[in-house]
Ligand binder design. Structure first.
Ligand code: UD1
Length: 429
C-alpha cells in the first residue's frame, strides 16, 4: 500500500490548479443514465472514485470515451469524457461496487426513473458515521416507487413509471437531494422538494440536467420545483471547481505561510471558509485567475467553527481546519453537526503532538508551538488530507499510511504541493 512522506517546515509559494469537484463529478456522471444520448463532461478530475464509478456505470451499459490530451497540455485542464447510456443492460448495482463508494447508491433514482426498476446494494464509503439511506428511500416512495429491503439490497420498482410528488426532507441531505432530483426529472407531473440541499454541487447537477432538457426551478434554494419531461437529450457541461480542494490548499498555505495563487478557485463557493480563514489572520484576495492566499509569518488566531449545510462551514473542511488550529495561538472549539463520527483524525493529529480534547460533538483544540513528524494513518478522505496539512508544518518526517483514501478525492496532491516547495513524496510499495 502506498504511503506519503512529508518533511515539514517549508513555506508554500507558487500556483496550484484547482480541479473539477469530485462531489459534482460523481452525480453528473450518474446523470448520464437518464438519457440514451451522449452527455459530455469537461473539467473532470482524475481520481480513484471517478474510475470506480466508471466501472459501475459500465456495468449498467454506459459507454465512456475520454478525449486524448493535446500534446503540451498541462495536467491542470481536466479530462473531457463522453458518456452514452444508449441501452441500460443491467439495473442491479452490486455490493462489491456500492460498498466501496457511497455515491454509487445514487444510481437508484435514475435507473428507477428510466427503467421502472432498480436493485442497489446498501452503500459503504468513508466510515464517518452510520450514514443511513432512509431519506433517499422515503423521497423516492413519495414519487410512487415501491421499495423493499432484501438481503442487503434496496429493491425498487415503479411499474407504471414515477409520478411527481411532494418530498419534504426532515434533514438536509446532499445525496438524497441528488437522487430524488434525478428521479423527478423523468417523473410524470410536478415534484416539489422541500428542505433540499443548497450545496453548489446540487446546483451544478441541476444545471446539467436543465441542459439535457429537464425543467427545474428554485435550485440553490431549499425548495426545488421540477416539471417531469418524457425524455432527456444529450448535452455538454463543465464540472465546477472543487471548493473542498480549494479550501484544503488555502489551509495548507495558512499552515506553512507563503503566497499561492489557487487558479480556477471561486470564492462564492466557500465563503463561510474564507471568512473563517480571514479571522484566523490569512489574507485571501481574488485575482483574475482565481484566489491568492497569503500568510506572512504572523501568528494564527484561534477561531471557533461549527459545521453546517451550505452556505455554512462545510463538514468536508472540518478536519483540515482542525489541523490548522493545532498551531493557532490559543484555544478553538470545532463542532461537527453533520456526521457523528467525524473526529477520527483527532488521535492521528495527537501523534504529531497536537493538543485536542473531545467533548461530545466538539473538539477543543489548544494550539502548540510545534508539531513533530510521526507515522500516522489515514482513516477517511478528508481526515487523510488533514494529516498532510499537519505534516507540512511538523518538524521532521511524517509518514502517512493508507493513502488510498487520499487518492479517492485529491488529484496529484504530491505534485501540486511539491511544485510549491513542499518536501513531499509518494512511497510506493
Ligand atoms: C455528501 C458528500 C460528502 C459530504 C456530505 C455533507 C458526496 C459524494 N459526498 O455526502 O462529501 O460530507 O454530503 O455535506 O457528495 N442522512 C440521513 N439519512 C439519509 C441520508 C443522509 O440521516 O438517507 C444524514 C447523514 O447521516 C448525515 C446527514 O444526513 O448525518 C448529511 O448526509 P448527506 O448530505 O446525505 O451526505 P452524503 O450525500 O452521503
Amino acid at each position: 500500500m502506498d504511503r506519503i512522506r512529508i518533511s515539514g517546515g517549508h513555506e508554500l509559494n507558487g500556483e496550484i490548479q484547482i480541479s473539477g469537484a469530485k462531489n459534482a463529478t460523481l452525480p453528473l456522471m450518474i446523470a448520464s443514465l437518464l438519457s440514451d444520448e451522449t452527455l459530455t463532461l469537461r473539467n473532470m478530475p482524475s481520481l480513484a472514485d471517478v474510475n470506480l464509478l466508471s466501472r459501475i456505470l459500465g456495468n449498467h451499459g454506459v459507454d465512456m470515451a475520454v478525449d486524448g490530451k493535446r500534446p503540451g497540455s498541462s495536467g491542470g485542464c481536466g479530462d473531457t469524457v463522453h458518456l452514452t447510456a444508449r441501452t441500460i443492460v443491467d439495473t442491479t448495482a452490486p455490493y462489491e461496487f456500492v460498498s466501496r463508494m457511497r455515491a454509487s447508491f445514487w444510481v437508484l433514482g435514475p435507473l428507477l426513473a428510466r427503467c421502472g426498476e432498480a436493485k442497489v446494494s446498501l452503500p459503504g464509503g468513508c466510515a464517518i458515521g452510520t450514514r443511513p439511506v432512509d431519506l433517499h428511500i422515503s423521497g423516492l416512495e413519495a414519487l410512487g416507487a415501491e421499495i423493499e429491503l432484501e438481503d442487503g439490497y434496496v429493491v425498487a420498482s415503479a411499474k407504471k413509471g414515477l409520478q411527481g410528488g411532494r418530498v419534504v426532507f426532515p434533514k438536509v441531505s446532499v445525496g438524497a437531494t441528488h437522487n430524488v432530483l434525478m428521479a423527478a426529472v423523468l417523473a410524470r407531473g410536478e415534484t416539489i422538494i422541500e428542505n433540499a440541499a443548497c450545496e453548489p454541487e446540487v446546483t451544478d447537477l441541476a444545471q446539467c440536467l436543465s441542459a439535457m432538457g429537464a425543467r427545474i426551478e428554485g435550485v440553490g434554494t431549499p425548495t426545488i420545483h421540477i416539471q417531469g419531461v418524457d425524455k432527456l437529450h444529450g448535452a455538454t457541461h463543465s464540472v465546477l471547481p472543487d471548493r473542498i480542494e480549494t479550501g484544503t490548499y488555502a489551509m495548507a498555505v495558512a499552515m506553512t505561510g507563503g503566497d499561492v495563487e489557487l487558479v480556477g478557485a471561486r470564492e462564492d463557493l466557500f465563503e463561510a471558509a474564507t471568512d473563517i480563514l480571514r479571522q484566523a489572520g490569512v489574507s485571501i484576495t481574488p485575482t483574475n485567475r482565481g484566489l491568492r492566499v497569503q500568510r506572512n509569518g504572523s501568528a494564527l488566531a484561534p477561531v471557533n467553527v461549527s459545521t453546517a449545510p451550505f452556505p455554512g462551514f462545510p463538514t468536508d473542511l472540518q478536519a483540515q481546519f482542525m489541523a490548522l488550529m493545532t498551531k493557532a495561538g490559543g484555544t478553538s472549539n470545532i463542532t461537527e453537526t453533520i456526521f457523528e463520527n467525524r473526529f477520527m483524525h483527532v488521535q492521528e493529529l495527537a501523534r504529531l503532538g497536537a493538543e485536542i480534547e473531545l467533548d461530545g460533538d466538539t473538539a477543543i483544540v489548544t494550539g502548540v508551538d510545534s508539531l513533530n513528524g510521526a507515522q500516522v494513518m489515514a482513516t477517511d478522505l478528508r481526515a487523510s488530507v488533514s494529516l498532510v496539512i499537519a505534516g507540512l508544518a511538523a518538524e521532521g518526517d511524517t509518514i502517512i499510511n493508507r493513502v488510498y483514501h487520499l487518492d479517492r478525492g485529491f488529484e496529484r496532491i504530491e505534485s501540486k504541493l511539491g511544485n510549491c516547495g513542499a518536501d513531499i513524496e509518494r512511497l510506493s510499495s
